[in-house]
Design a protein around this ligand. Structure first.
Ligand SMILES: Nc1ncnc2c1ncn2[C@@H]1O[C@H](COP(=O)(O)OP(=O)(O)OP(=O)(O)O)[C@@H](O)[C@H]1O
Length: 524
């Protein structure tokens, strides 16, 4: 009778032992790579039960020329999550020192899964650069035979498109300017480091998304354009007063697309053949920018260019050399001042109007430049805007930058500047922005969305895409006069002066809620 507790004690200690040892085993597996090793063994055992095929992609071909497929596959493999999770891999920095890239190590094997097929890649020894006979550098693909028949072609198409996208994103963007006739090279380039992006340009969020969507759709439309027999290009017209953000917007577009920019200085183009040669020497995946289209066509600029040569440039046969191009034209005036044939759909697909700063844009700028979401002076600022007085975003931005240590002083200065406009004061160029000239310049007041289509007789017809008069989303309540402003940087040809102005440009992001701005798209 005295021994009765012992059987209980034995079972309790056995249970305790099982719990503790399970805990320790689990902890061991979690803390070490034992589980991974077991999994690897299992996979290799499973692998041996299947018939495999191997493909070798050498770095050099028989003539010791580089095999581009090798680079593309390597770019793809380096981006795989399995490289990040591998036990050992290389790290490199990119063009931008803040970018860090993973890179497969020699003799490293990684797994990939595509459409349910398990594939493994091994990178064999690195080549001695330029070394003859260094055929050991290669990538070897191992795939089950049954999967090969099913996914091989699609898998390689997938690799090539992913690699192309990655290379495009990593590419350093360059700004090209044309040199005078007679110089040996037609284009000179510098690294494009403008800090503007779609986040920093103050404009309605919906508008930005629309443009981004449009660009994104363009990027993915190669097959579509080819099927239609159309050249894969898209043209934009950015128009509005000076200092309203057109150049900054071009920078944002180039960054979004990761395209090089060819900024054509038309004054250096002497004749038609010069145009053609310039165009033929631009590369695909690039933006071609022509500023001040209205001035060029009006004959006010020093450049000698006829409407017909501009039309040829826009959609002539030479404009079709190369593809995946975005052409951007800017204008400081209104569209009425330009021959409508120049702006017809097909020549210019998207029209975006950049208005002067209204209260909603002012709030976006105040938020990004001064960190102000609300302020007691906002009511007063709004009241002055309601009188119809306007400044350009560049002018408002400059006031804010110079007074960034005192937001109250910044707002007071904006109010004073607006009041000066309202009273018809200010500089001679800006004085036509007061209410007195409102009717004349009503176009500058708001963003617009228009689509132009051909009517049955083949004539260009305006089609309203929103409620309202088909001309404007916001009616005519915020009428404004347009005028010319000389911003702080003394900028005239904004785009070409970028390199000088980047130090003064803003870099903080812009909240665009509440802004009542819009884009106008025509003739898509
Ligand atoms: N909408 C805006 N949002 C943010 N910043 C702006 C905006 N508009 C102008 N700015 C600022 O004002 C300065 C001049 O702008 P930008 O050069 O883009 O204007 P622009 O319309 O191209 O002028 P121009 O027609 O004279 O070339 C830049 O520093 C830019 O950052």
């Amino acid at each position: 009778m005295k021994l009765w507790p012992w059987p209980w004690a034995t079972s309790i200690s056995t249970l305790f032992f099982i719990v503790v040892s399970t805990f320790l085993v689990l902890r061991f597996f979690r803390k070490t790579s034992a589980l991974q090793i077991l999994n690897k063994w299992w996979l290799s055992f499973e692998d041996r039960l299947h018939v495999h095929q191997s493909f070798k992609v050498p770095l050099y071909n028989h003539h010791f020329q580089e095999n581009h497929l090798y680079r593309k596959i390597l770019t793809y493999l380096d981006s795989l999550p399995s490289v990040q999770d591998s036990d050992y891999t290389n790290l490199f920095s990119g063009h931008n020192p803040a970018d860090i890239y993973l890179h497969l190590d020699a003799n490293q094997t990684i797994q990939d899964i595509f459409l349910g097929a398990k594939l493994s890649w091994t990178k064999t020894n690195d080549a001695v650069i330029g070394g003859v006979g260094s055929d050991s550098a290669a990538l070897v693909l191992r795939i089950k035979k049954k999967d090969k028949r099913r996914v091989f072609r699609q898998y390689f198409q997938h690799i090539l498109s992913v690699a192309e996208e990655i290379e495009l994103r990593r590419k350093e963007i360059r700004l090209y300017t044309n040199s005078s006739a007679g110089e040996s090279s037609r284009w000179r380039s510098v690294a494009f480091t403008h800090p503007a992006s779609f986040d920093t340009v103050a404009m309605d969020a919906e508008l930005k998304n629309k443009v981004k969507l449009d660009l994104d759709q363009f990027l993915k439309s190669k097959q579509y354009y080819h099927r239609l027999g159309r050249v894969w290009k898209r043209s934009y017209l950015l128009y509005g007063a000076s200092g309203t953000g057109k150049s900054s917007f071009i920078a944002a577009m180039a960054k979004f697309l990761c395209y090089d920019i060819y900024d054509i200085d038309v004054s250096k183009v002497t004749d038609g053949s010069n145009w053609k040669t310039l165009l033929m020497q631009t590369t695909s995946k690039s933006m071609i920018v022509i500023e001040d289209l209205d001035r060029l066509l009006s004959g006010k600029s020093t450049a000698v260019i006829s409407v017909s040569s501009m039309l040829n440039f826009m959609d002539g046969i030479v404009s079709c050399c190369g593809e995946e191009r975005v052409m951007v034209f800017t204008m400081n005036g209104t569209k009425d001042e330009v021959d409508q044939a120049v702006l017809r759909p097909g020549r210019v697909d998207v029209h975006i109007h950049f208005p002067l700063c209204d209260f909603s844009t002012f709030k976006i700028l105040a938020s990004s430049y001064l960190g102000l979401k609300e302020h007691k002076l906002f009511t007063q600022v709004e009241e002055v805007f309601q009188t119809g007085a306007r400044l350009s975003p560049a002018e408002v931005g400059e006031i804010m930058i110079s007074n960034r240590n005192s937001p109250t002083r910044a707002l007071k200065t904006v109010i004073t500047a607006l009041q000066a406009q309202s009273n018809g004061g200010g500089d001679s160029e800006g004085s036509n922005r007061g209410p007195r000239n409102i009717e004349k310049n009503r176009e500058s007041g708001h963003w617009r969305w228009e689509r132009r289509t051909m009517d049955r007789t083949g004539r260009l017809a305006k089609e309203a895409t929103s409620e309202g008069d088909g001309e404007s989303f916001f009616g005519d309540t915020k009428r404004v006069a347009r005028g010319f402003c000389v911003n702080q940087f003394g900028k005239v040809g904004g785009f070409r002066n970028w390199r000088k102005t980047t130090s003064g440009a803003m870099s903080s992001s812009v909240e665009s809620e509440g802004a009542k701005r819009f884009v106008s798209t025509e003739g898509q």
